[in-house]
Ligand binder design. Structure first.
Ligand SMILES: *[C@@H]1O[C@H](CO)[C@@H](O)[C@H](O)[C@H]1NC(C)=O
Length: 177
């Protein structure tokens, strides 16, 4: 199943906004107990232009366990893609999932390779864009190097982030007045 990363981001933004709103309302009520020295920036700032994140895991036993514990961190500036390596049995049962930030060179090996002796298959896929490696590749159709208009996508993400930041700032100012 394909999950649209932009709608995931939008959903996360809304969820984040709602949580912040609850926290702010609560803090407003107990304002005497708030130590404002400990208030940290509300949104993880982008480290450099066109920066993005990937799901990252070393050797998870399946996709659920990879995404569940995946590190949520910015990719290094020399990488431009998210890479996924999926190892599974002939019955389609996952054996391991690896996800990381990758350079273009690391994405030359996309596709599926069947190991005759073990009966296992290894599929590799790459994609570009914010947290684009949600799914794991399972066949030749999805074990591809999918490059979408990443600049458009990150612009869309940026504008959502900017809108959320504006909203949060407005609410913050209103509550602190
Ligand atoms: C490839 O895998 C996807 C997702 O599991 C599935 O929807 C699709 O039908 C598969 N395609 C082929 C050619 O087997």
């Amino acid at each position: 199943m394909y999950t649209n990363p932009t709608s995931t981001n939008m959903y996360l933004s809304h969820l984040l906004f709602f949580c912040l709103f609850l926290i702010l309302v609560r803090n407003r009520v107990c304002a005497k107990n708030v130590n404002f020295n400990h208030v940290r920036p509300l949104i993880d700032p982008t480290p450099f232009p066109n920066s993005f994140k990937c799901f990252t895991c070393e050797k998870a036993k399946d996709n659920y366990n990879c995404n569940r514990w995946a590190e949520d961190k910015w990719c290094p500036q020399n990488t431009h893609f998210c890479k996924t390596v999926h190892h599974f049995t002939s019955h389609g049962r996952s054996l391991s999932v690896m996800k990381k930030c990758a350079t273009g060179d690391e994405c030359h090996t996309v596709g599926c390779h069947h190991h005759v002796d073990s009966g296992h298959t290894e599929c590799v896929s790459c994609c570009d864009g914010m947290i684009c490696n949600v799914e794991v590749p399972t066949n030749h159709t999805n074990a591809v190097f999918s490059v979408m208009r990443s600049s458009q996508k990150s612009n869309a993400f940026r504008s959502i982030t900017t809108r959320t930041q504006t909203l949060v700032s407005t609410i913050l100012v209103l509550l602190l007045l």
